[in-house]
Write a protein that binds this ligand. Structure first.
Ligand code: DGL
Length: 277
């Protein structure tokens, strides 16, 4: 029987690799395609309709390369485009990111939880609907952290500048008494050691990536789309930015993926992605 295809995963940049690594750890036989839209990173301060256009172009490209499911490993793109993508491609299964407000509300003892994410993520309807559905009488404090996505993209994971940015954005949340901190941007798990140093043991950090990987596995199983082969998955990474720089970041962020991965360039041409040189 022929294999049903790849898991397509995308983000504005390297952030979605924090989701990719959970998927590959949970589903090691699956083949994956990852696309980093580094020509347009960061997405977080862009208009929602612009992010929606990028997300549609990326989805078309990944489907054209053989994706059987699309994981939108970007909170900003999920907030801007997930409903639209499901409507536009009704036969394609999508898994998206959403800030983990529900577990944070269930676990809080102080009654105050914090969410860090991009401006666009907080502007989307998805975030307002999660708060309306799950917050109850728990206070949900939101915080945009300018510069953090750029720091991760530049590989500045544990520098004094990155720590200073984090202190600036987390201090108001700590002072307001949050005891749960939701990572609402897929770039932030790569900063987790510094985040934990800043908040110390008084605040629990919640990353939804493992839950998103489990959901991906569930959807594949339900739809009969799980890999039929038993060999270790094959992985292709695309970037609309600089392929050599991206390959170096993959090597740094995902040391275990290195042996089995290829990095290729893609280019935007009038709203469409095409293989690049
Ligand atoms: N990693 C993305 C997110 O989850 C994108 C951040 C950005 O490009 O601004 O929101």
């Amino acid at each position: 029987m022929s294999d049903p295809g790849f898991i397509g995963v995308f983000d504005s940049g390297v952030g979605g690799l924090s989701v990719w690594r959970e998927i590959v750890c949970l589903l090691p036989h699956e083949d994956t395609l990852y696309l980093a839209d580094q020509a347009h990173v960061p997405y977080g301060f862009r208009a929602l309709n612009e992010v929606r256009e990028f997300s549609e172009g990326i989805t078309r490209f990944l489907l054209g390369q053989g994706a059987k499911i699309i994981v939108v490993a970007c909170n900003t793109a999920s907030a801007a485009a997930l409903h639209y993508l499901r409507r536009t491609f009704p036969n394609v299964p999508f898994v998206g990111m959403e800030p983990a407000i529900k577990p944070a509300v269930e676990r809080t003892r102080s009654g105050v939880v914090g969410v860090i994410a991009t401006q666009a993520t907080f502007q989307g309807e998805l975030f307002a609907s999660l708060v309306a559905r799950y917050a109850g009488d728990v206070r949900v404090l939101t915080q945009v952290c300018p510069g953090l996505v750029e720091a991760v993209e530049a590989g500045a994971l544990d520098t004094s500048e990155t720590e200073a940015l984090l202190r600036e954005c987390l201090t108001p949340l700590i002072e307001a008494g949050v005891d749960q901190l939701v990572l609402g941007c897929t770039h932030y798990p790569f900063l987790r050691p510094v985040i934990e140093r800043v908040v110390r043991a008084r605040v629990a950090v919640i990353d939804p990536a493992p839950a998103v990987a489990r959901q991906t596995g569930r959807v594949l199983a339900q739809q009969g789309l799980a890999a039929k082969h038993s060999s270790v998955g094959h992985h292709i990474f695309y970037t609309s930015g600089d392929a050599a720089a991206f390959a170096a970041m993959v090597e740094r962020l995902l040391p275990l993926a290195r042996a089995n991965a290829q990095v290729r360039a893609v280019r935007w041409r009038v709203g469409r992605l095409e293989p690049g040189e």
